[in-house]
Design a protein around this ligand. Structure first.
Ligand code: ACO
Length: 308
């Protein structure tokens, strides 16, 4: 038997915390509106996509008991690379000292699971150990004077190590999707800031997450009631509650970080996963459902069996 397993995890947040009250001090908004409509209380702002990625990756490598030179593939999910060329993963690889190749993936806030599935597809086919990172600094493409977006985003990174093993494959099912005709609802052109039609994105997000997770669960041969931990993209608590209700997954089996981080795009799933794992909320053999959605519109989901 030959498969793949997730063996390490880690996260990184910049030190600077911006509370809802900090935003309400200069924007026409309030802590109450932001908490009730989104679930967000505060977010971390600062750092670069590279710095945050390197910190999260080091934590994931330490957890896996590996050295950077053991890694033969880095896949970075980001929508805010520090530069256009070269790919951001090149500098991250150099700073860490990883071996093998490195590439960037951009599928917006659904990107981390895209990156995970891409890395998984290469494990056992020339790649033995992959570092999968989600890192974003959305604060750099946010219009801080636009209350409809400024209250939503934060900066962070999360990372996992996936290894080829001699055991069963622990990625039991996945689904990736995109509707490129929906660009107009959420986009950022070169040199500009994020534009979003929040209500429409909300509606489409719930639909996309539910249908993607249903496909993934079916492919894995399990249902929502068997999921021990759901790790959704952390954009809005109301989106998570609406999707979970349809999927039959209770909120007490769901990882939530958005109250302290806001929407951190590619980082949100690995960050919430790392927090939940560090808190001991998953045990070997547990089923973990990851899912995301974002600009594109893109969506993604995956079911993992925790442990080797
Ligand atoms: N403070 C106070 N009032 C506000 C604010 C604010 N920060 N922002 C908007 N409002 C007002 C609006 O102007 C509107 O006023 P009106 O009724 O007088 O017109 C009212 O609040 C309601 O606005 P809605 O947009 O209908 O509010 P909604 O309940 O939909 O919440 C939100 C808005 C939070 C943006 C929600 O729609 C949402 O979370 N959408 C999804 C966003 C998302 O998930 N994006 C993910 C992808 S991100 C990526 O890929 C990079």
């Amino acid at each position: 038997m030959s498969g793949a397993a997730l063996t390490g995890w880690g996260a990184a947040l910049p030190d600077k915390v911006v509370t809802n009250d900090d935003l309400a001090a200069y924007l026409d908004t309030s802590d109450q509106w932001i908490r009730e409509r989104t679930g967000i209380r505060e977010r971390h702002i600062g750092g670069t996509t590279t710095e945050l990625a390197v910190d999260a990756a080091r934590a994931a490598l330490a957890r896996a008991g590996l050295q950077p030179a053991d890694i033969d593939l880095v896949v970075l999910s980001t929508t805010t690379p520090d530069q256009m060329v070269p790919g951001n993963s090149a500098e991250i690889s150099a700073r860490l000292g990883t071996a093998g190749g490195a590439m960037d993936v951009n599928a917006a806030c659904a990107g981390f699971v895209y990156a995970l599935v891409a890395a998984h597809g290469l494990l056992g086919r020339g790649i033995e150990k992959a570092l999968v990172i989600g890192s974003d600094t959305l604060s750099r493409i946010t219009d801080w004077d636009d209350r409809s977006t400024a209250v939503l985003f934060g900066d962070a990174a999360g990372a996992v190590v996936m290894e080829h093993t001699g055991g069963a494959d622990q990625l039991l099912g996945w689904d990736l999707g995109v509707d490129g005709t929906a660009r107009r609802f959420l986009y950022c052109d070169h040199g500009s800031t994020l534009y979003m039609e929040g209500r429409e994105v909300f509606r489409r997000a719930v639909r996309a997450v539910v249908s993607s997770c249903e496909k993934t669960l079916q492919r894995a041969g399990v249902d929502g009631s068997q999921v021990a931990l759901c790790v959704p993209h952390q954009a809005n608590i109301r989106i998570i509650e609406a999707a979970n209700e349809r999927l039959g997954i209770p909120m007490d089996r769901t990882a939530i970080a958005l109250d302290r981080t806001g929407n951190t795009s590619s980082a949100s799933v690995p960050l919430a996963l790392a927090e939940a794992a560090d808190e001991g909320r998953v045990a070997d053999g547990d089923l973990v459902l990851l899912c995301g959605f974002g600009a594109g519109m893109t969506w993604s989901s995956a079911v993992l069996r925790w442990g080797k």
